[in-house]
Design a protein around this ligand. Structure first.
Ligand SMILES: *Cc1c(COP(=O)(O)O)cnc(C)c1O
Length: 339
């Protein structure tokens, strides 16, 4: 077997040995199947292809100093997938089946879990989609759940440093009472043009405002947003934000280190009052925000004056990573050890 250069892994797709699948037919979820084929054979009239019935999750497994493999907050992800399934009329996968499939996929691909020293991890991508043949617009009656995994490199190759974000008022990611709170592929298709536009202008991603009034902060690219003002951790609340499990974890850790947590609508103008800000999600844990440019309004909110991540963001980032890699005790019960 060709050995993997762990230190040069990016965020692409690396083929692993197995994926795990479960089919939903005749009103019930079947048995777990282990598969080595990277391809999926589905009917051309499948509802995922025509009407976007697809939801996904994103998680990571980490190898500790002790050689043990740890998966972060598996149950929370399983529950969120159920919420996403309800949101777009798909059959809900039982929590235990989700957990069993994820653990199995990680275990079977154990040799792809990067070593502790590399700072890399095994990315876990569960997907659930409609496979029933259906041309009328109805929810399908057949679904497939697949767990694929792929090793990914450390997110910050050039160190943990802030990036600029743009507000692009000509785009909305989701409708005010739409599907923003679900982790569905359709939201990503809808946000891609805005994201590519921002990148073409040299920004890391779009900081979306609420679609209704364009006054409040919403999602930050495919991540949640938070700001630090004094000793407060402030994160937007809105019906169109996907509840990030990283953000939920950071809120817990913020309280632990003595910060006050505020989850509430956050006005764009408040950007000028933040000492630190970040985008948070599984991929990077925290991507610090250097500044936010509201291009149509000719406004620039500079958050990081020295081009460095702030002290609280750094502390929260290090603390969460330490729990994930098993360097710090798992006092909140977030870790599942793969035996
Ligand atoms: C997945 C996702 C996030 C981050 O969620 P985590 O559970 O922290 O990975 C944030 N926003 C959107 C739109 C997402 O899809």
């Amino acid at each position: 077997m060709k050995s993997i250069d762990w230190s040069n892994l990016g965020f692409g797709y690396v083929k692993t040995d197995y994926n795990v699948r479960i089919n939903y037919r005749n009103g019930e979820w079947g048995e777990l199947e282990v598969c080595s084929d990277e391809y999926i054979n589905i009917h051309m009239a499948a509802t995922c292809l025509h009407y976007g019935q697809e939801a996904f999750e994103g998680m990571k497994a980490f190898k500790g100093k002790d050689g043990k493999i740890r998966i972060f907050r598996i149950k929370d992800n399983a529950e969120r997938l159920q919420t996403s399934c309800e949101g777009i009329c798909m059959a809900k996968l039982p929590i235990e089946k989700y957990e069993e499939a994820v653990i199995k996929a990680v275990k079977l691909n154990e040799r792809f879990v990067p070593p502790y020293e590399s700072g890399a991890s095994l990315y876990i991508r569960p997907i659930l989609f409609g496979t029933g043949a259906q041309i009328g617009v109805h929810p399908g009656k057949e679904f497939m759940f697949v767990v694929m995994v792929t090793p990914v490199g450390p997110y910050f190759k050039e160190g943990f440093k802030p990036n600029p974000y743009a507000i692009l008022r000509q785009y909305d990611r989701v409708a005010p009472l739409g599907t923003g709170r679900y982790k569905v592929g359709g939201n990503y298709a809808a946000g891609m043009l805005a994201g590519e536009h921002a990148k073409s202008l040299g920004y890391a991603a779009v900081l979306f405002l609420d679609s209704k009034e364009k006054k409040y902060l919403d999602e930050c690219g495919p991540a949640n947003f938070f700001g630090i003002r004094g000793t407060s951790y402030i994160t937007p609340q809105s019906d169109s934000i996907l509840p990030s499990i990283t953000n939920k974890s950071l809120m817990t850790l913020a309280k632990e280190i003595g910060l006050t947590v505020e989850q509430r609508p956050v006005l764009e103008e408040e950007l000028s009052t933040f000492d630190e800000a970040g985008a948070c999600g599984t991929a990077a844990v925290i991507s610090p925000v250097e500044r936010v440019d509201d291009l149509d309004m000719n406004k620039s909110y500079v958050i990081s004056k020295d081009g460095k991540a702030g002290p609280y963001s750094t502390k929260l980032y290090n603390k969460l990573r330490a729990i994930q890699y098993g360097d710090e005790s798992d006092k909140y019960g977030w870790i599942t050890i793969v035996e």
